[in-house]
Design a binder for this molecule. Structure first.
Ligand code: PAF
Length: 284
């Protein structure tokens, strides 16, 4: 497995693969890899001839009061996991090259970032779309794989790729969960033992919402109230939002007539967790 640190070297490697007619897949990550990331890696290994995993904790997507400094990191373990999985190259750009002191270009998707996590994390998606654009131009992939756990992020990146005519395919792979239902996330390690034990209440709330929709409930506010009550009963949590939204536009839906995404963001003693599920009324 190659370890690549500079944009020039990454582009040269990708050009060589492309020149040889090989399909290049990219899995962008911020490291501290878990089974969820590895499922994205497997997706790329399956779909592409060469797989690049980028590891870069992107300062631009963290707010001033967010967890950039304590975001978990373990490069040696990540490299070991990826080489054993059969990844071809790890791209680990240096912050000074990615963001020189006079860096001044931002990429912003205006729609799709106004709801859900957008208002709670000002500048976050602009940081994501800027770094992902840089990763795309450095790695030049034919396809890039993202996780459904970050549903809004995946939707925003699809829109970025479409709007800027980027010549690659975005693929979204299903959320991987712990045995008790908690969505895998690098942030789970920051949870206290008690919060970790109770955190499956988030997925329970999502499946409760999904079931209510399948059973015929059409009023989104009723469903959200029941989900909120379940979370508040179980967890000492501060709920940023519970939202029922159109799966493509991410606009809130009040009366449910078709497929929706139920998404939530919750803070457990300052660890912010997100999760989502797709739900649809059963046809009768
Ligand atoms: O989902 C993530 O880990 C990050 O937002 C991403 C896509 C790697 C960009 O930094």
């Amino acid at each position: 497995m190659k370890r690549i640190h500079t944009v020039a070297e990454m582009q040269a490697q990708s050009d060589a693969w492309r020149g040889a007619g090989l399909c290049v897949g990219l899995v962008p990550t911020m490291g501290f890899l878990h089974e969820g990331h590895l499922s994205l890696v497997d997706h790329s290994l399956e779909a592409a001839d060469r797989t690049v995993v980028s590891i870069f904790v992107n300062p631009l997507q963290f707010g001033p009061k967010e967890d950039f400094a304590i975001y978990p990191r373990d490069m040696e373990r990540d490299l070991d996991l990826l080489s054993r999985r059969g990844v071809d190259a790890v791209f680990h750009p240096q912050t000074v090259e990615f963001y020189p002191p006079d860096f001044s270009t931002l990429v912003e998707v205006e729609e799709l970032t106004k709801g859900l996590c957008g208002p709670f994390r000002p500048g976050h998606f602009r940081g994501v779309t800027t770094v992902v654009t840089k990763l795309f131009t450095a790695v030049k992939p034919h396809l890039a794989v993202f996780g459904q756990k970050d549903y809004q992020q995946a939707a925003v990146i699809r829109r970025l790729v479409r709007d800027l005519n980027l010549d690659l395919r975005v693929e979204v792979a299903p959320t991987v969960r712990e045995a008790d239902g908690l969505a895998m996330s690098s942030r789970n390690i920051l949870l206290s033992a008690e919060d970790r034990q109770r955190a499956p209440a988030l997925y329970e709330a999502l499946t409760m919402g999904q079931k209510k929709i399948e059973q015929g409930e059409r009023d989104a506010s009723q469903i959200i109230a029941a989900m909120r009550a379940h979370i508040e009963r179980t967890l000492d949590a501060s709920i940023d939002y519970i939202s029922i939204a159109h799966p493509d536009t991410l606009e809130e839906v009040a009366h449910i007539t078709g497929p929706v995404v139920i998404a939530l963001a919750v803070r457990l003693s300052n660890v912010r967790l997100i999760d989502n599920i797709i739900a649809a009324p059963l046809s009768r």
